[in-house]
Design a protein around this ligand. Structure first.
Ligand SMILES: C[S@@+](CC[C@H](N)C(=O)[O-])C[C@H]1O[C@@H](n2cnc3c(N)ncnc32)[C@H](O)[C@@H]1O
Length: 275
């Protein structure tokens, strides 16, 4: 009986990979390849390599040069073709590996040298990824640029923690905000973010977690509002800590959670069930 099951699984998996191969061939025939002198701003998703889009995978494999961020892991970089150049230009909060202007200029120079360039970023290039600045600089320099969207951390982390971002009973809207602002937390619209029946997700909110919780409470959100802190979401070492606005800072420090982590604030967090 076991042998029969094993044989069936083998036949089925063969047929899946055949179908997948033929699907990929059809797609490759239909979509255009990355051109010489073109830059592709590619979203690599939140970590799990299976969350890469097919277009992202294709662009990584086609590139002559890849400039990547610190949130892009080795499982994804293994798809860079042998012989292609691959450089780390990532930024860790307050420790910029390379100033943004230098990255922009490097992309322009590589494209002008006729390379097929991939700028590979964690999550989505246009969600707190400075993709907009890079696109502007490239267009201004007359370089052809495309954007390949990726699954942003807010969506990937919520899904892997089993927390729905909207829910007919609990949250009618969802907002993505950053906890890392040029001129401090006052730049955010706290009255808007504090309204009930919405979910708010904070990127880069770990160092400012205390201030974020204080501001939300001061603007009317209940101190008992649940908050999920998700470290390394979608990765094998993903960690989820459930707190409330009142206990957030204390729990982050007690559990020693470090960036990269995401905060999900709202009643939907009550639906979280640990595995
Ligand atoms: C500079 S932002 C880049 C966001 C990215 N462009 C995106 O769309 O997800 C970096 C922040 O995203 C969040 N982040 C990215 N990947 C994450 C992950 N796998 N788990 C938790 N948070 C993540 C963290 O808040 C981190 O500090």
């Amino acid at each position: 009986m076991l042998c029969v099951l094993w044989f069936l699984m083998l036949v089925m998996s063969d047929s899946i990979s055949e179908r997948l191969n033929s699907f990929l061939c059809t797609l490759a025939g239909r979509s255009h390849a990355l051109a010489k002198g073109q830059v592709s701003l590619v979203g690599a998703g939140p970590g799990d390599p299976e969350l890469l889009t097919l277009r992202a995978l294709r662009r990584i494999a086609e590139a002559d040069v890849v400039l990547y961020d610190n949130l892009v892991g080795p499982e994804i970089l293994q798809w860079v073709t042998e012989g292609a150049e691959c450089y780390y230009v990532g930024k860790k909060a307050a420790k910029h590996a390379l100033p943004q202007d230098d990255v922009n200029q490097w992309l322009i120079d590589l494209a002008r040298a006729g390379k097929r360039v991939v700028r590979l970023k964690g999550g989505d290039p246009f969600v707190f990824g400075r993709g907009g600045e890079e696109m502007d600089a490239l267009l201004e320099a007359g370089i052809a640029v495309e954007v390949v969207p990726g699954i942003t951390a807010a969506v990937g982390c919520a899904a892997y923690a089993g927390i729905p971002l909207t829910h007919r009973d609990w949250a009618q809207s969802v907002t993505f905000a950053t906890g890392h602002l040029k001129h401090g937390l006052d730049e955010l619209d706290w009255a808007g973010l504090s309204r009930p029946t919405q979910t708010v997700e904070f990127y880069m909110g770990m160092t400012a977690a205390d201030g974020i919780a204080e501001a939300l409470i001061a603007h009317g959100r209940s101190p008992e509002t649940p908050v999920a802190v998700i470290y390394h979401g979608t990765r094998p070492d993903q960690k989820v800590v459930i707190a409330t606005l009142k206990t957030l800072a204390k729990q982050i420090s007690a559990e020693a959670i470090k960036p990269p982590a995401l905060l999900i604030v709202g009643e939907v967090v009550r639906l979280y069930r640990p595995n």
